[in-house]
Design a protein around this ligand. Structure first.
Ligand code: PMP
Length: 432
């Protein structure tokens, strides 16, 4: 028996021993197509030569120098690359080791910003139902996933939840997508007015809703309206792109496709592509400037902030995207996978919705397509599907509680960007 403390204590997963392109290989030699990139992490597959070399070279030179004392070439290079590619005004990059840390940093930065500009009453967070922002206490408090939140209530921070843009279940009869998007966004304005605009610190949302929601995409105009509302009331807009960012939806930052720029954006997962744990929070020059000219000190920090080998990994990942035009492949394979899913599994009586963007696709399961009734949660449909697919050699990411934290099942597909047309067939065959 190993002394590892696993998350699921009653199951005994096989041991992964090697990676080969889009595949993971277990100790018995079985190959699994990584159809979810773990959890939207392994965008370059599992054996990328360039990233492996970049990390090794950096460790040979310098692995770690605490940022309380030093900066490093890779950290500076990665920050410059990200800032140059980020939507307008997001000029400062704060490094962390993962997604939850990025969200914690974003929330604390928002709070400190309002303290420094003399608006100490702004402490309320508004977030969305069907959201997930991480498992640390602050990030958990900002998320809308009931079954994850409940055991730890009361949470440290009180969050007001507004509906997510979830057209499959939210769009009314006869309502256009644009009208639905506007109506949903306007719920944010109502929540701000109810709380009192002078007390609201930020609105946080995943640009494309991932783990909890199954790749729900914003309706046209939804985020433009959200941006307008945030500006009107001086509320900071934080977009969490930990899962949907870094090329996953067909653009480096998912919000590029919404034509807006947030005040803060969080990224992780794909930035290290699984080769190193790294994430980042990018913030506007305005927020940074207010603190720089105020106390000049962000009251936050972790030991591994700006880890040199992790930063070198991030640089190599971004270079791989560009040198091999991989985000174009995300758009191409994403479109093909979606068409194939629609034709091969879309007609199944229990498939209610197929949605998403790029290589970030969700399939929601229902008892009955006409009524959209969800399965009884005790059946654990998504988990059963994950198990059957895993046995067939396909990894997909399941979630139950899609609708309200309790009911509703989906699986998420987020395969590596390096996949080719044969992999489209493999995913669909193994899933159907
Ligand atoms: N935000 C989002 C949108 C996520 O999907 C996740 C992870 N699934 C997190 C934050 C937390 O990231 P991590 O697990 O790296 O802490």
């Amino acid at each position: 028996m190993s002394h590892v403390f696993p998350r699921h204590m009653k199951t005994h997963p096989p041991k992964a021993v090697a990676g080969d392109g889009c595949y993971l290989i277990d100790a018995a030699g079985k190959r699994y197509f990584d159809g979810s990139g773990g959890a939207a992490v392994s965008c370059l597959g599992h054996s990328d030569a360039g990233v492996r070399k970049a990390v090794k070279d950096q460790i040979d030179k310098l692995a770690f120098a605490h940022t309380g004392f030093f900066t490093s070439d890779p950290a500076e290079e990665l920050a410059d690359m990200l800032a140059a590619r980020a939507p307008g005004g997001l000029g400062r990059v704060y490094f962390v080791s993962g997604g939850s840390e990025a969200v914690e940093a974003a929330l604390k930065l928002a709070r400190q910003y309002y303290l420094e500009i003399g608006q100490p009453d702004r402490r309320h967070i508004i977030a969305r139902k069907q959201s997930y922002h991480g498992n640390t206490l602050g990030a958990l408090a900002a998320g809308g996933n009931e079954w994850r939140r409940e055991p730890f209530a009361p949470l440290l921070i009180e969050t007001t939840l507004v509906p997510a843009c979830y057209a499959y279940r939210g769009q009314a009869e006869g309502e256009s997508l644009e009208e639905y998007g506007r109506r949903t966004a306007d719920e944010l304005e109502a929540a701000i007015l109810k709380l009192g605009p002078e007390t609201v610190m930020c609105f946080i949302a995943e640009t494309v809703g991932g783990a909890t929601a199954g790749a729900i995409t914003p309706a046209p105009g939804y985020f433009a309206r959200i941006r307008e509302i945030c500006d009107k009331y001086g509320v900071l807009l934080i977009l969490d792109e930990v899962m949907c960012g870094m090329g996953r939806t067909g653009s480096l930052f998912a919000c590029e496709q919404e034509g807006i720029s947030p005040d803060i954006v969080t990224i992780a997962k794909g930035l290290g592509a699984g080769y190193q744990p790294i994430g980042a929070m990018l913030c506007s020059n305005e927020i940074y400037g207010a603190i720089e000219h105020g106390t000049g000190f962000f009251q936050h920090g972790h030991t591994y902030l700006g880890h040199a080998a992790a930063a070198a990994c991030g640089v190599a990942v971004l270079k791989a995207f560009e040198e091999r035009d991989l985000i174009a492949n995300v758009r191409d394979k994403g479109a093909k996978l979606r068409v194939a899913l629609e034709s091969e599994v879309g007609q199944h009586p229990h498939v209610g919705d197929i949605r998403g963007r790029g290589l970030f696709l969700g399939v929601e399961f229902v008892v009955d397509r006409a009524t959209k009734a969800p399965f009884d949660p005790s059946l654990g449909i998504a988990g059963k599907l994950k198990k059957a697919a895993f046995e067939a050699g396909l990894i997909c990411y399941p979630m139950s509680g899609t609708i309200d934290g309790r009911r509703g099942d989906h699986v998420l597909l987020a395969p590596p960007f390096i996949m080719d047309d044969t992999h489209v067939d493999e995913i669909v065959t193994k899933l159907s």
